[in-house]
Design a binder for this molecule. Structure first.
Ligand code: Z5A
Length: 217
């Protein structure tokens, strides 16, 4: 099934918290390794020493100062540049396939919208940060915020982080943003992630396999 091209492929999984991104990435990684692919998985924000420090800072609860949305946006992009330039691009160049837990669509969904930064302003930052670079495939796991959050509550014994503490309204807005902006992407798929785990896995496997068949036709 492997391509003759030396360049790897970059698949990004997007979705609200609790949509099952981490679970599905682990599952598809195992599946592709069995097929003989060399796979690297990364998460955003994070994935390099500097990006992991930024991750901690972004998630921290600050009582003494308001965290501004533009500050957040630049911090996510700072972490993204470190990860793209130092990890993702060199690995793709060496032929590895990279599966990412989030990328720029998260910034448009969480830091954009009615109360956030305008899309044309994010476009400018995006262009400076990653230029015209596009993932080969974006898979959006669509979950209702109520379901995603209840999964996170079930999973977590520790306190919620700064972003997870936001209102249900905020997450509904993020979901609407995702559903709107994903339609402008070159290669995307939407999976109904409200279903039970084995159904979502089945759908995920089916979608990836049909995309790969098209890729190697
Ligand atoms: N953020 C941003 O604002 N702007 C940006 O540009 C970027 C990010 C890049 C990162 O949080 C935060 O940063 C995130 C967006 C913001 N904030 N929020 N809120 P993170 O990296 O800590 O976490 P996350 O990306 O939001 O994902 P998560 O919380 O880890 O969830 P997940 O990976 O999608 O789900 P999971 O870990 O695979 O599953 C969660 C639980 O549900 C687990 O117990 C599973 O077994 C269970 N699960 C999964 N699927 C199912 C199904 N189908 N049925 C039943 N149970 C399931």
């Amino acid at each position: 099934m492997k391509s003759c091209s030396n360049f790897g492929r970059y698949i990004v999984v997007e979705g609200l918290e609790g949509s099952g991104k981490t679970t599905m990435i682990g599952f598809v990684k195992k599946m592709l390794i069995k097929e003989g692919f060399d796979i690297l998985t990364v998460r955003e924000p994070g994935g390099t020493p500097i990006s992991e420090k930024i991750r901690k800072l972004i998630k921290k609860n600050f009582l003494e100062e308001k965290f501004l949305v533009k500050t957040e946006l630049f911090m996510f992009y700072a972490a993204r540049i470190q990860l793209m330039e130092n990890i993702i691009l060199p690995n793709l160049k060496s032929g590895k396939w990279v599966i990412g837990d989030r990328n720029f669509l998260s910034s448009y969904a969480y830091q954009g919208g009615k109360y956030g930064v305008k899309d044309d302003e994010i476009d400018k930052i995006n262009k400076i940060a990653i230029g015209k670079f596009q993932p080969d495939l974006i898979i959006y796991l669509d979950v209702f915020p109520e379901i995603g959050i209840s999964r996170i509550h079930e999973r977590k014994s520790s306190k919620l982080d700064r972003i997870e503490k936001r209102s249900l309204d905020f997450f509904h807005q993020v979901r609407n943003r995702y559903l709107h902006i994903i339609k402008n992407q070159k290669e995307f798929m939407i999976i109904d992630a409200n279903q039970d785990l084995s159904s979502v896995k089945r759908l995920f496997q089916h979608k990836i396999c049909s995309w790969m068949k098209r890729l190697y036709q």
